[in-house]
Design a protein around this ligand. Sequence first.
Ligand code: FES
Ligand SMILES: [Fe+2]
Length: 389
Amino acid sequence: MTEVGAPREERIRRALTHLRNDTTDEYEHITWFEPVEFTDPAIAARERDLIFGGSPSIVAHGSEIPRPGDFFTLRMPRNNIIVVRQRDGGVKALVNLCRHRGALVEKQEKGRCRLFSCPYHRWSYDTDGSLRTITRDNTFGPAERENLGLIELPTEERHGFVWVVDDADATIDVAAWLGPEMDAILESYELAAKICVQAEGFDEPVNWKIMQDAFLDGYHIQYAHPNTAAKHIHTNVMAFDDFGRHCRFIAPRKSIDRWIEEDPGDRSLACDVTETHFLLPNSTLLRQPDHFQLLTFRPHPTDPQRCRMEMRLIVPPVEQTDMTEERWTRLWDKNWQILLDVLHAEDFPLLRDSQRAMTSASAGRMVLGRNEMANQVFRRETRKLLAPH
Ligand code: FES
Ligand SMILES: [Fe+2]
């Protein structure tokens, strides 16, 4: 596997040394922030336009729409869209709005079709977005069909994921957005050869940044998840890499504990860590010893105090394992259930209350510690995107 930066085993040993010394990688500074960032409609509008209207974000894993005509619909921060697999194997994101009088062309969340047919006056569109039929066109008059296709958003499939920029006038270049380091890291994971075995979305009354922050946070585990995640993973210990826009960190799992006293020598400790990647603007990719989890956080189109989180479990297909189909299914079902339980019972209640707290009129400013490195990167980079050019 290609290495980016220090070799992985070396980074794992750096985390182990931190664990032994009760330290972690840190920045030299703390960062201040304001509660208004999570409640102000004007800030939320700038975020939708300048962050999501200008940068690629992940909307799915390609395996969720494997066949031509497979589609799903989605509410992006700026556009309602249909993401659909093309006959040539590509993917398009189309604005889900009929060019006649603006009906929602596709109501289903997910499905497969040969064409999109509008429920209002039954105009129909090819899956590539082009307008196929104007009903009763002998009476309709001279509309230019070529200019009345569904509007297309810049879309690219790379590293197994479907990426969209939420603005029809923008362009997309995922490799350039990721930068050489993160692009090489994702390439090395061969995510396109894996499949998304579980996916679910959650609409929560919480600002998207509060949610994103919680899933870049290795500092809360012991306190918010004492009987669940904290049994498996250490709190506040990380070996961190800052790549500018994006970052990653290794956190030791509890299975590493036998090597706190003993020298592990040259053996691989890859099974004893979780590696977290932050992909600006709104995703956390977790690399576990035998699978990946992707978490994405999307602002609500109008309300700064709402967002949608999506969680996906991305795993090697059963043929690439030595498991029976039954065992493989059971393993991922169990894994998924554990994740859901922690989310619903522990993270969501805490974060909903946090959003409520942020609405206090006299809330003071708040602070990120030197140890909260990924949260600092998230703050620093979103601020850059929002800065006037
Ligand atoms: S609004 Fe779609 S056909 Fe009239
Ligand atoms: Fe958590």
